[in-house]
Design a protein around this ligand. Structure first.
Ligand SMILES: Cc1cc2nc3c(=O)[nH]c(=O)nc-3n(C[C@H](O)[C@H](O)[C@H](O)COP(=O)(O)OP(=O)(O)OC[C@H]3O[C@@H](n4cnc5c(N)ncnc54)[C@H](O)[C@@H]3O)c2cc1C
Length: 222
């Protein structure tokens, strides 16, 4: 994207890591690290929500959130009844806090199409309305942004990690092509939730345990 090289544009997790380190070093009392600054958060998921909550705690003067997908209905529709996963709009703590402070901050069916700045530092973002995840020609406009946080999702563990362990196949039951390497959690299923991390960690541990029992019985029989 034009202007991506400008300063002030961070991957969300890099920013959240720095913010957490600052809390560990300086305590949880609000800081003024972002006093007077306008922040643009790209992405409407849990990570974007954490970014919004964090920039508020750092004293941001305003925040805009862009979500490329359309807004979901606020109530279940007739075709989405229990026990199906509720396809309803969720508002995390960060979004709720931001709305109480700044009003409606989230633009749905919108994305960034360019970054602009001065002296190597971002100060404006060009945003576009989207249609089926593509920017609509002629819908571009600019908003002020001194800090941009990229929170558009993860695709899972990087291939080099598997390559370095010699893993060519990951099975559903946490085993791999190497009988001594097991894979669980986000690394196995891609970006997910804590509850799945806990479940897979426990289930994987049982598999590891069972594999030791097999090894022991083989050793005893030789
Ligand atoms: C910003 C953000 C917000 C989120 N919000 C939510 C939420 O609100 N609710 C929710 O349920 N889930 C949320 N998630 C997802 C949740 O954090 C993950 O699904 C969960 O942590 C996965 O657990 P895991 O044990 O598989 O992996 P992780 O928690 O990622 O643990 C993997 C560990 O392995 C370490 N590691 C990586 N590479 C190596 C290596 N080569 N050698 C040794 N160690 C290594 C990492 O440092 C890390 O400690 C969020 C994720 C992010 C990034």
């Amino acid at each position: 994207m034009p202007g991506r090289e400008l300063g002030g544009i961070y991957q969300a997790v890099d920013y959240l890591t720095l913010a957490t380190k600052s809390v560990l070093e300086n305590g949880t009392s609000a800081t003024d690290a972002l006093k007077g600054k306008h922040v643009l958060v790209l992405g409407g998921g849990d990570t974007g929500n954490d970014c919004i909550g964090t920039v508020i705690r750092q004293g941001a003067a305003g925040v805009t959130q862009l979500e490329i997908a359309p807004e979901l209905p606020h109530e279940r529709t007739a075709t989405n009844q229990w026990p199906e996963w509720p396809m309803v709009q969720k508002n995390g703590y960060g979004q709720q806090e931001a709305r109480a402070l700044f009003g409606d901050i989230t633009e749905y069916t919108a994305t960034a199409t360019g970054f602009f700045g001065d002296h190597g530092q971002v100060n404006e973002v060009e945003i576009s309305t989207t249609d089926h995840f593509k920017p609509v020609n002629g819908s571009q406009r600019r908003v002020k942004a001194d800090l941009v946080l990229l929170a558009m999702g993860f695709t899972g563990a990087e291939q080099w990690l598997f390559d370095n362990f010699g893993i060519t196949k990951v099975n559903k039951n946490y085993t791999t092509n190497d009988s001594q390497v097991f894979v669980a959690g986000d690394c196995r299923r891609g970006p997910s939730l804590v509850i799945w991390g806990v479940f897979e960690g426990r289930s994987c541990a049982e598999k590891v345990d069972a594999s030791f029992e097999v090894l022991e019985s083989v050793e005893q029989s030789v």
